[in-house]
Design a protein around this ligand. Structure first.
Ligand code: OGA
Ligand code: MN
Length: 303
């Protein structure tokens, strides 16, 4: 029998009694409803291989695919699974400076998955294969509460603004510059409304991400500072749930109403191996920003 225990008031919950390897339609409906209410779910003690994880995720929506990812990211997985791991081909942790750490290090910034794609991620499901003894937690911020707790004048300022997202933004910040310019999946830029409404509840949510580069129609410095200010607001400790991993945890989150990040760990000493599947959010598809005009008062307010 499926049961739910809230982990923070109104945000994040633990689910027991659902086996991802053989979930009933009733279990799927239970998880779906719990995601709408709590945004982040922890399902401990799941014994699933990659195919079972992908099959489970596919019951919630169309799986996101990583076929345009370079071999470094695919790392031997099926095209709809991501290997989030610090292991090299030889099965040993890769050292600092290794290109494979780019993805894992990029995950240390607060972000929502695939916000740089025309159709970004809806649910992500991360499975703990090998987890760390120290550090390596995953943190989640409630972006509905982040919107609700904004001052009225900030709400008025950000409503209607559009951010341009790119997969290179966070990586450039880390100092990586050698991108494959011919790969449209890497170099693509898309626009997303900064404030979105969740279709299931009508609640508003701030759609922020480390992939957000600037505000369309605003001078870059003011727009970037606004994005930084909103991120700081959204990730105040009282708005954050921290998940400390146990092996066989399956953690599911809704990217439309959360941001997440990973925490540091001794990647030279400890193995951390997680596996991710994501579904897509067509209702959160990128928007057109041609001819967007930001009113002068907003530009001045952000300057
Ligand atoms: C991800 C991600 C965080 C982590 O896989 O999308 O951001 O803690 N992972 O590894
Ligand atoms: Mn992520």
């Amino acid at each position: 029998m499926a049961s739910l225990t809230p982990l923070e008031p109104g945000f994040a919950a633990r689910i027991e009694g659902v086996d991802a390897a053989c979930a009933s339609d009733g279990d799927i409906a239970f998880v779906r409803k719990a995601l709408i209410d709590h945004c982040v779910l922890v399902l401990p003690g799941q014994i699933i291989d990659g195919d079972q994880q992908a099959d489970f995720a596919a019951r919630f929506g169309t799986l996101d695919a990583y076929e345009n990812m370079s071999g470094d990211y695919a790392r031997g997985m099926r095209k709809d699974l991501l290997n989030v791991s610090n292991l090299g081909d030889d099965g040993k942790p890769v050292g600092p400076g290794d290109r494979r750490r780019e993805l894992d290090m990029g995950n240390r910034f607060w972000h929502t998955d695939a916000s740089f794609k025309p159709v970004p991620a809806h649910l992500s499901m991360l499975y703990g294969i090998t987890v760390t003894n120290q550090g390596g937690e995953t943190q989640f911020a409630d972006m509905r509460a982040a919107w609700d707790s904004l001052d009225a004048d900030r709400k008025e300022l950000v409503e209607g603004l559009i951010a341009e997202h790119s997969s290179t933004t966070a990586r450039r910040w880390l100092g990586f510059e050698d991108f494959d310019e011919s790969n449209p999946a890497v170099m693509g830029r898309v626009n997303h409304d900064l404030v979105r409404e969740l279709p299931e509840t009508g609640r508003k949510t701030l759609y922020l991400s480390a992939h957000a580069d600037h505000i369309v129609g605003m001078p870059v410095p003011g727009g970037r500072l606004l994005l930084a200010e909103l991120t700081e607001h959204a990730t105040r400790p009282d708005n954050v749930f921290t998940h400390t991993w146990q092996a066989s945890d399956l953690v599911i989150w809704d990217n439309r109403c959360t941001m997440h990040r990973s925490r540091p760990y001794r990647a030279d000493r400890e193995t951390r191996q997680l596996r991710r599947a994501s579904t897509v959010a067509p209702e959160f598809a990128a928007c057109d920003a041609v001819g967007v005009q930001v009113p002068d008062w907003k530009i001045e307010a952000a300057a």
